[in-house]
Design a protein around this ligand. Sequence first.
Ligand code: 1GP
Length: 246
Amino acid sequence: MSVFQTLESVRKDKGCVAVALIDPDKKNDSALSNIVSLVNDSGFDVIFVGGSLISDNAFESRIQLIKENTDLPVVIFPGSSNQLSANADAILFLSLISGRNPQYLIGEHVKSAPVIYNLNLETIATAYILLEGGNRSSVEIMSNTTPLPMNKRDIILAHALAGQFLGNKMVFLEAGSGAENHAAVDIVSYLHSHLDIPIIVGGGVHSPASAADLRKNGAGYIVTGTQLEQNPTLNDLKMFTDFIHH
Ligand code: 1GP
C-alpha cells in the first residue's frame, strides 16, 4: 500500500488524520528525539518534516533520526527542492497555486523531479493554497507570493477546484506557521461541499476545540507544528489528537 493509501485509510477509519509537523531546522539530536517521542505517544498518525528555511546541512541526518525513532510514516513537506531524502517514506509534491511565482508552480518541481525519481520516493501531488492568517508568514516571505484573503471565498474555491482539476490528490489550506487565524471553518466547509479530494488544514491550529470544529466541517487532515515546540504536556497533545479523531 502506498503512503497516500495508508493515510486515506486512516482518514476513512478515524474521520480525520492527525499530522505532526516537525521543522528540522536548528534542532539538536536530543530536542528532536524528545519531540518525536512526544509525537509517538500522543496519538498522531503521520509526521510531516520540513520548513521554509534550513540553515544548515543536516536535513538528511535529522530525517534519518526521526525515521529511526518512530513507526509512523514520515512525509517530507518541503520548503524547497533541496529538502529531499531517501530516508522519508513520501514527499508532498506541492504546487503553491495561490501564488503566481513560476518557481513554486513548476521551477522547484523540475529541479527536484530527477532526484525524487532516483530516490524512488513516493510523491503526493498537493495543491498548496496560502491564506491570510493574520500575520505575515514565512511562506509568504520565502515564496514571494501573496496569500489569498479569507473573505474571498469564491476565489479560494476557484483555486481549490483548479488544483483538483490539475490532478492533485489533496488541497492544503495553509494559514502559515504560528498564524493568528487558521483557515476559517466556513471556508473549509464550503470547499468540502465542492471538492472530491481531501482537505489538509494547517497553520494556527492549536486548540482541541478548533481541531474538532475543522474536522466536523470537512477537514480531512489537521497539521500542527508550533505547539510541539512549546513544551506541551502529553495529556494536552493526546486531547488534541482525540479531538481530531472522531
Ligand atoms: C505550517 O501548517 C503548518 O506550515 C503548521 O502550522 O506551526 O501554526 O501549527 P503551526
